[in-house]
Write a protein that binds this ligand. Structure first.
Ligand SMILES: [Zn+2]
Length: 436
């Protein structure tokens, strides 16, 4: 006889069905803020999105008791310009960030961190992804900022490339959490911002890495990507619990998001679509956003407004009570989000209205179509699922809106970091899949 659990769908999740969002009572004092980027996390791989595997029970519970944003897009599909957009409120085109070696946040770009500093916040940042190191301008507005700095196993040589670096010494989410807690404990007199970028999910293709520290979650789903999410859900939950038990942290705003997704096996006919950076399919640019506060101070429910990571500064300052709008998602809601990637010679632009995704490939790279229209949330398999011609009533207005947007938002000249990329830094970026 089959065990009962095989007859049911023991692993199946349903999307969190939350009522429309309502603002919370607000905070008694300026809240502490924890902003976590789970690097490379696809929105649809969290169980709260209805993914059949229970990848994120702890994050699901936080979302159910807080605000769950269900329609948030990164304006690009790789780390540096995306997180720069999140911290400045500016589109990657305005920031001019497209080259991995030297492009940095322009000094004139406003930083959320500086806004918070001037409101009295102590600010701490730590990144496991070297794309966000201080050399690229990410330390501005932080009292303490800790770069990704790992040692390489130079003993491992790869004949073709000369050097193949291991990266099992990237800081783990637990390392990062410990440093953040240390900063929070040492600044009890000020509200604090903690900004953290964690790489466990990014490193899923190298699941032997020591980033996977929780043996109980290794191999849970027989998918390194899903296993990494499972671990991070537990790790982040522990951090949130520890933080909000600290004196003063009952008033806190916890924000969990990502910088881009990952193609995985969602585009089987499209070359080089398994990772991120080269394409603009929703697997790679749709990101999760969960906001939780200990007593629901920021609000509860589901927000389906179309938002970009560029809206983060407005959302965060509104939710924290630094601006008078307790429901900033209404003012921030967009009719469209514009997308681009110029990663490694790519030149793709796109636009979404939350239901459809229109992409122009100007790079003539691979076998991608010059123009395609894909339905959001469905299989997006390049030419095989393209509806640009069939659904011209949808394609034409999106094309027109994108064209106007591009005219109004020309790509800025990049601000180049003055530091030369050291051999070590180059190897570090290469080792995690950047710099060809
Ligand atoms: Zn990233």
């Amino acid at each position: 006889m089959l065990p009962l659990l095989l007859l049911g769908c023991s692993g199946c999740s349903r999307p969190l069905d939350l009522p429309p969002a309502t603002p919370g009572p607000g905070f008694d004092a300026q809240p502490n803020i924890l902003l976590v980027v789970i690097d490379t996390l696809r929105a649809d791989r969290l169980s709260l999105s209805g993914y059949p595997r229970p990848t994120s029970p702890e994050l699901d519970a936080r979302a159910a008791a807080g605000l769950l944003f269900t329609n948030v897009w990164a304006p690009t599909s790789w780390t540096r310009p995306s997180v720069a957009a999140m911290l400045t409120g500016l589109h990657p085109a305005a920031l001019g960030i497209s080259d991995e070696r030297q492009d940095a946040i322009p000094p004139a770009a406003p930083m959320l961190t500086e806004t918070l500093q001037s409101a009295g916040y102590a600010t701490f940042g730590m990144t496991a992804n070297p794309n966000l190191n201080a050399r690229f301008g990410f330390d501005r507005g932080f009292d303490t900022y800790i770069d990704s700095e790992v040692m390489f196993d130079w003993m491992l040589k790869d004949g073709a490339d000369g050097v193949s670096a291991t990266h099992n010494l990237l800081p783990t989410s637990r390392d990062i959490s410990a440093r953040a807690l240390e900063f929070a404990r040492s600044h009890p007199e000020q509200p604090a911002l903690l900004f953290l970028d964690m790489m466990e999910v990014h490193e899923h293709t190298r699941h032997h890495t020591s980033l996977m520290t929780r043996s109980e979650h290794q191999g849970t789903f027989k998918s390194p990507y899903d296993d990494a999410i499972r671990q991070l859900s537990a790790d982040l939950d522990a951090l949130i619990t520890d933080l909000t038990n600290l004196p003063g942290w009952q008033d806190s705003l916890v924000v969990i998001t990502s910088d881009h997704g990952e193609g995985l096996d969602s585009h089987p006919s499209v070359p080089d679509s398994r990772i991120h950076g080269r394409h603009l399919y929703d697997s790679q640019v749709r990101v999760p956003l969960i906001v939780w506060s200990p007593a629901g101070q920021a609000g509860t429910g589901s927000v389906d407004a179309l938002l970009s990571l560029e809206d983060m500064p407005a959302l965060l300052t509104g939710l924290a009570g630094l601006t008078p709008d307790p429901a900033p998602w209404h003012a921030a809601a967009r009719a469209h989000v514009s997308l681009e990637t110029r990663f490694r010679g790519m030149d793709k632009v796109g636009i979404t209205d939350g239901m459809w995704l229109y992409i122009e490939s100007r790079d003539a790279w691979g076998e991608t179509l010059p123009v395609e229209l894909q339905r959001v949330g469905s299989l997006q398999d390049g030419p095989k699922t393209d509806q640009a011609a069939a659904a011209s009533a949808i394609t034409t207005p999106l094309q027109g809106t994108l064209s106007s947007w591009l005219t109004d938002n020309p790509h800025a000249e990049p601000h180049l970091t003055e530091e030369d990329l050291s051999a070590e830094m180059e190897a570090l970026l290469e080792s995690i899949g950047y710099l060809e």
